[in-house]
Design a protein around this ligand. Structure first.
Ligand code: NAD
Ligand code: UD1
Length: 314
């Protein structure tokens, strides 16, 4: 049996990951301040196997006590302000969470010589920015446009450099646009597909920022969880970064059409100006993760949207 620490474990990706880990018989400790995550995402897990601390990851003393006392096998750093637009509105606050809190965790591991099996840091496709060459491989030009992207790149580089310098097994993942059950649609900063689903269900108007021709590599949550578990458990994976995505790109206009077909409804749309710092085109090159660990996504966009729409309660 292994013990995991998952920061941001009450959030979208985190709570789906906890579900999978618990189903495999392992134990999880979650630290989440519930700024975007929800208790209802995790409340049903057995208290014997899942402990929850409603805490801020910027509470450095708390994090140090927890890490030193618990002897975690695996650490997954998902706790963050996940919205690019939110980081543009509030750069300093998001920096403390998205970068300094992670550095603090690496430092606790180093100073206390903690023996972990793997630390995974959740980085982002946002680090590539708007350099026009597509698809983006891990070797592509890095041109972060926003505080969010700068902090992700720094945290990712720290994770890998700390790993090599102090012999801590670390890996970073650059997720592209993940969607699926438990993504919280309630904020203006929520992931776009959670908002579109919510507006389709409620018949409310969706606000499109820009003309809808911006593209993303939309990736279903179950594929992302599978990739994370492979990267965590493969001993040969360390001190490296991997794109996690489908390799396909879809515009917002196209995905709305597919979602309307799945829901058998039309989405009401109003248009506003493009958001500052928004990336126009995004698509992953997924050769590295395919070749190094044999991972391929399995769920097509239409299948993913069907599964997502079918889960009305999420
Ligand atoms: P999410 O907002 O659902 O999850 C983040 C969680 O972190 C939330 O539960 C939130 O309450 C928690 N959190 C935020 N600030 C905190 C703080 N100061 N202390 C403790 N907890 C805090 O978002 P998600 O989509 O599940 O994203 C998880 C991670 O993956 C994030 O780091 C995000 O940047 C990264 N990521 C997500 C995507 C995506 O498409 N969803 C893509 C690339 C990277
Ligand atoms: C998303 C993730 C980010 C991740 C990145 C990786 C969220 C909230 N953001 O950022 O964590 O690092 O992918 O690629 O999960 N839009 C609208 N109307 C809305 C909301 C959004 O038109 O109501 C547009 C945005 O302007 C943008 C696109 O939809 O053009 C996607 O936005 P969003 O879901 O916030 O994702 P990213 O910014 O790509």
């Amino acid at each position: 049996m292994s013990k995991y620490l998952i920061t941001g474990g009450a959030g979208f990706i985190g709570s789906n990951l906890v579900e999978k880990i618990v189903s495999q018989g392992d134990d999880v400790v979650i630290v989440d301040n519930l700024s975007m995550g929800k208790l209802e995402n995790i409340i049903h897990f057995s208290k014997k196997h899942v402990s929850f601390y409603k805490e801020d990851i910027t509470n450095f003393n708390f994090m140090e006590k927890l890490l030193v006392s618990e002897n975690f096998d695996y650490i997954v750093l998902l706790g963050a302000v996940a919205s690019v637009a939110n980081s543009v509105q509030d750069p300093q606050k998001t920096h403390l969470i998205n970068q300094e809190a992670n550095l603090n965790i690496y430092e606790i591991i180093r100073k206390n010589n903690l023996k972990i099996k793997k630390l995974l840091f959740a980085s982002s496709a946002a680090v590539y920015g708007d350099e026009p060459t597509l698809p983006k491989s891990e070797e592509s030009v890095i041109r972060p446009l926003t505080p969010y992207a700068i902090d992700k790149f720094a945290s990712e580089k720290y994770a890998l450099a700390y790993g090599k310098l102090y012999n801590i097994p670390t890996v970073a993942t650059r997720f592209f646009n993940v969607y699926g059950p438990k993504q919280n649609p309630e904020s203006q900063y929520s992931g776009v597909l959670s908002i579109i689903k919510d507006r389709l269900v409620s018949d409310e108007v969706f606000t499109m920022y820009g003309d809808g021709n911006q593209t993303r590599d939309f990736t279903y949550i179950d594929d992302v969880i599978e990739a994370m578990l492979i990267l965590l458990h493969d001993h040969n994976v360390k001190w490296d970064v991997y794109n996690v995505a489908t390799g396909k790109s879809t515009s917002l206009n196209e995905i709305i059409k597919t979602f309307e077909k799945v829901a058998n409804k039309n989405l009401k749309i109003k248009y506003e100006a493009k958001r500052q710092g928004d990336i126009e085109k995004s698509q992953a090159d997924v050769n590295k993760i395919r070749e190094k660990v044999g991972f391929n996504t399995k769920i097509s966009l239409e299948e993913g949207l069907k599964r997502y729409y079918g889960r009305k309660q999420d």
